[in-house]
Design a protein around this ligand. Structure first.
Ligand SMILES: Nc1nc2c(ncn2[C@@H]2O[C@H](COP(=O)(O)OP(=O)(O)O)[C@@H](O)[C@H]2O)c(=O)[nH]1
Ligand SMILES: [Mg+2]
Length: 333
């Protein structure tokens, strides 16, 4: 036990200060008139005994301060856990931190906050139903062998023929041997008009009421002339919706490299095929967020026409966030 004296105008006033400073168990041990030299501080000298081992009670202001600090610590811990979980699942460290910071600014359930944050960052655009008499042209561009032709045929069936929208298929440029024949056969099976042209310049895409789908040759880094020809063709026809077709099982760095390579064609959409073969969709989501080019369709298998999905940002975000939990559990096991 220790003692401490307070100068105050009354015993209750001294008790209030002593309880705040020394704790609720401060014990009044005596009071007497203050000596003359201390009278200016209070009429009474009141002495309390207290046990220094008992922590002093916090003032309401201190309690609020501690609560605020605890809540800030909790948010910071949550933030770094989220960032670590996103990073471990394959997001790049800076994007993982950025998403975690955005999620921390959202109120409510932390899991929902991350999914909502991801949803708000994934650019998507729905396929707007075709109106009677409307003409719309979609072109499929990208490197060879990523699924341009197969996606075109899936879209022809699902967005065109199945909805009684007239479809026309065009194929232009120097396609590899057999590719044009494959598309000619597919168009014949679907019963759609088919136009093939050696050069893009010879392609007449105007004046069709319905869906026009253009297959373009796969462009490799060496195909500078073809890329130039495509660039000129699309620059003169800005109304054409250009889907850059990429594989979902590539790394996000590869995807973004392709986006940069085809930037001259100003792709209006990214279309990922092989979602069925990819290990999760983290790379797809990172590429979409970084490229800021929306997705409308995704390929989910080799079956025509059923293996085509319309991309839903919320569904994709929730699937990706749930998959990061599985990665974290596997790492902990
Ligand atoms: N598993 C899977 N394979 C796909 C998908 N889309 C396309 N493919 C396959 O990818 C290969 C190349 O497709 P193709 O349309 O000819 O590519 P293109 O050269 O870009 O026109 C073919 O074997 C397709 O069956 C998909 O969503 N999932
Ligand atoms: Mg092809």
């Amino acid at each position: 036990m220790q003692t401490k004296a307070y100068f105050a105008s009354s015993v209750p006033a001294a008790l209030e200060v002593a309880r705040q400073e020394l704790g609720e168990n401060a014990l009044l041990v005596g009071s007497r008139p203050s000596p003359p030299q201390a009278r200016q501080y209070g009429r009474l000298e009141v002495t309390f005994a207290w046990d220094p081992k008992e922590p002093p009670a916090e003032t309401p202001a201190q309690t609020n301060d501690i609560r605020r600090q605890l809540s800030a610590l909790r948010v910071a811990a949550e933030h770094s856990l989220t960032a670590e979980r996103l990073r471990a699942a394959g997001f790049s460290p800076d994007l993982a931190l950025d998403i975690a910071a955005g999620a921390a600014r959202r109120s409510g359930n932390p899991d929902t906050a991350v999914a909502d944050e991801l949803t708000s960052r994934i650019p998507t655009l729905p396929f707007v139903d075709m109106q009677p008499g409307e003409g719309r042209t979609l072109a499929f561009i990208g490197p060879p062998g990523r699924g341009k032709t197969i996606s075109l045929v899936k879209i022809a069936v699902n967005m065109g023929l199945a909805r009684r929208v007239p479809v026309r298929i065009c194929c232009a440029g120097a396609h590899p041997v057999g590719a044009q024949e494959q598309l000619t056969r597919l168009a014949a099976i679907l019963g759609t008009p088919f136009q093939a042209s050696e050069s893009l310049a010879g392609l007449n895409v105007e004046g069709w009421k319905g869906l026009t789908l253009i297959d373009t040759p796969g462009i490799s880094p060496a195909d500078r002339d073809e890329l130039g020809e495509l660039t000129d063709f699309f620059a003169a026809r800005p109304e054409i919706e250009k889907h850059l077709v990429l594989r979902a099982d590539a790394s996000s760095a590869d995807m973004l490299h392709m986006v940069a390579r085809f930037a001259g064609l100003a792709p209006s959409r990214l279309l990922f095929t092989g979602m069925d073969e990819a290990f999760g969709a983290v790379c797809v989501v990172e590429a979409l967020i970084r490229a800021r080019i929306p997705a409308t369709f995704a390929g989910t298998g080799q079956q025509i026409p059923q293996d085509l999905e319309e991309v839903n940002a919320s569904k994709l975000a929730r699937a990706v966030w749930a998959s990061t939990g599985a990665v974290a559990q596997a790492a902990a096991a």
